[in-house]
Design a protein around this ligand. Structure first.
Ligand code: ARG
Length: 479
């Protein structure tokens, strides 16, 4: 980034953005993404100034009209963005003044860019939360639908990436489902903390003019206004919290991605290669790589980096606004874009996964995975668990074939019915404890999962109603 000395270009700009360091200070390339919220917030602000009499009715009306025209230009890609005007706020204000003459300069009455940027961010965040929840729910539904088809599909469950006990594919996919469900819940909890209007805090200490922050809040769909002006302009918890929620979500996506990578390997062979999961190799004609899953794995690194970047920016900042806070937006936008992209790619890939269910069942038939079942068989016949564990361990260590005959020969404590324990289907069916992998238990789980999706969709619809305020105010005719 070049620091240029006093450029001619800044000549027409307001004095507060005229400095030799203007290129370094500029945030426009990042914050112009907030234009929608900036204009909507300004419309609500000038309406409020009109209501309290700081502006007369005609002025408020003309400003609101002008702002909506500015928005139309932005929307149509015809807005003359000027990078010498530092940020989105100044660009909008200067353009408004070009359109309306000196009246345009009244838009910033009783307001600072400090409360303005916090307002824009909070409106942005509400929509961002809504978008992530919407995408995450789609992924949840995709997992749920595949799970519903595989209630009986056997596969090994793992600990330490070692075959441990048999489960079903439905049970395994639902484990991922519940993680994403909690991610969506966390975002629901983040929403009301984001949904507080800071406008009226001014630069840091309010204003001497008789404003009505509650009007602006209501108009923009906020549930509340700030309690403390210093807090309102300096606080970025809402963004930090959001980035934490995204980090955890990205982590969960990476874990799912990692399993898809493993399952696609020749060694596992649980997934047959398909185009939805990735592309080919430019060199090796035989290859079809699980690129989508690999990138899902990697994105968690940058999203976590985004969280750390924001936290580090906030550390030790004194009250109230500090210019450091300008650096808060890039990590949020970055994390949001990459999480949404990952959610979309995985949601498209999940329904197309081509499972080699025979190979999975074969892997689940490894009788050594039923060692715990054999020990529990002994327990049900009165053997203390520690003894049972040791008996089975010694039996396996001796390398006997794992069948009923050699088990009974090894220890008469194994019953006549031990043969049925060695069938992996029966073994899964017997794990019918609540939340367990038995098809019977998984059916209960599936019903609960559907119910959870319904509840989340309800919360999402509530959020949709609130975030609609931004479009509504931009589309309304000025009357
Ligand atoms: N671009 C600034 C930001 O993103 C807007 C607020 C500027 N305030 C100021 N006092 N310079 O934080």
């Amino acid at each position: 980034m070049a620091v240029t000395v006093a450029s001619k270009k800044t000549a027409g700009a307001p004095s507060y953005v005229r400095t030799p360091a203007w290129r370094f200070l500029a945030s426009l390339p990042v914050d112009r993404r907030l234009a929608r919220y900036d204009v909507a917030g300004s419309v609500a602000h000038v309406e409020m100034l009109g209501k309290v009499g700081v502006l007369n009715g005609d002025e408020a009306h003309a400003l609101a009209l002008g702002l909506r025209n500015v928005w139309r230009e932005i929307e149509a890609g015809q807005f003359p963005w000027r990078d010498d005007l530092e940020d989105v706020h100044t660009n909008v204000e200067v353009r408004l003044t070009e359109m309306l003459g000196p009246l345009g300069a009244k838009v910033h009455t009783a307001r600072s860019r400090n409360d303005q940027i916090a307002l824009d961010e909070r409106m942005f965040l509400r929509e961002a939360i809504h978008a992530v929840q919407d995408h995450a729910l789609r992924l949840e539904l995709a997992l749920l639908e595949v799970a519903e088809r595989h209630v009986e599909t056997l596969m090994p469950g793992y600990t330490h990436v070692q075959r441990a006990q048999p489960v079903t594919l439905a049970h395994h996919l639902l484990a991922h489902f519940w993680r994403f469900g909690r991610d969506v819940d966390r975002l629901t909890a983040c929403f009301p903390r984001a949904n507080v209007s800071p406008l009226g805090a001014g630069a840091l200490a309010g204003t001497t003019l008789p404003i009505d922050p509650a009007y602006v809040a209501r108009r923009l769909g906020f549930a509340a206004t700030f309690q403390n002006s210093l807090d309102a302009v300096s606080d970025r918890d809402y963004l930090a919290e959001f980035l934490f929620d995204l980090s955890l979500l990205a982590l969960h996506l990476s874990a799912l991605g990692e399993e898809l990578v493993l399952w696609s390997s020749t060694e596992f062979g649980f997934l047959k290669p398909n185009a939805e999961l990735g592309s080919g190799s430019s060199l090796m004609p035989q290859k079809r790589n699980p690129d989508v899953a690999e990138l899902a794995r990697a994105k968690a690194a940058r999203v976590t980096g985004d969280l750390v970047s924001l936290l580090a920016t906030l550390k030790s900042l004194p009250l109230a606004y500090n210019r450091d806070l300008q650096e808060d937006k890039a990590p949020v936008f970055d994390a949001l874009d990459h999480v949404l992209g990952t959610l979309e790619a995985l949601t498209a890939a999940i329904p197309t996964l081509d499972f080699d269910t025979e190979r999975m069942a074969q892997a689940a038939s490894d009788p050594r995975m039923l060692a715990t079942d054999l020990a529990e068989h002994l327990v049900s016949r009165g053997v203390p668990f520690r003894d049972a564990h040791e008996t089975v361990r010694m039996f396996l260590a001796a390398g006997h074939p794992v069948d009923a005959k050699s088990l009974r020969q090894f220890s008469p404590r194994f019953g006549d019915d031990v043969a049925q324990i060695l069938d992996p289907h029966t073994a899964v069916r017997r794990r019918a404890t609540p939340g367990g992998p038995a098809p019977e238990a998984v059916k209960v789980q599936l019903a609960k999962a559907r119910e959870a999706v319904g509840l989340a969709q309800y919360a999402l619809a509530k959020h949709a109603e609130i975030v609609k305020a931004v479009d509504d105010i931009l589309q309304e005719e000025s009357t």
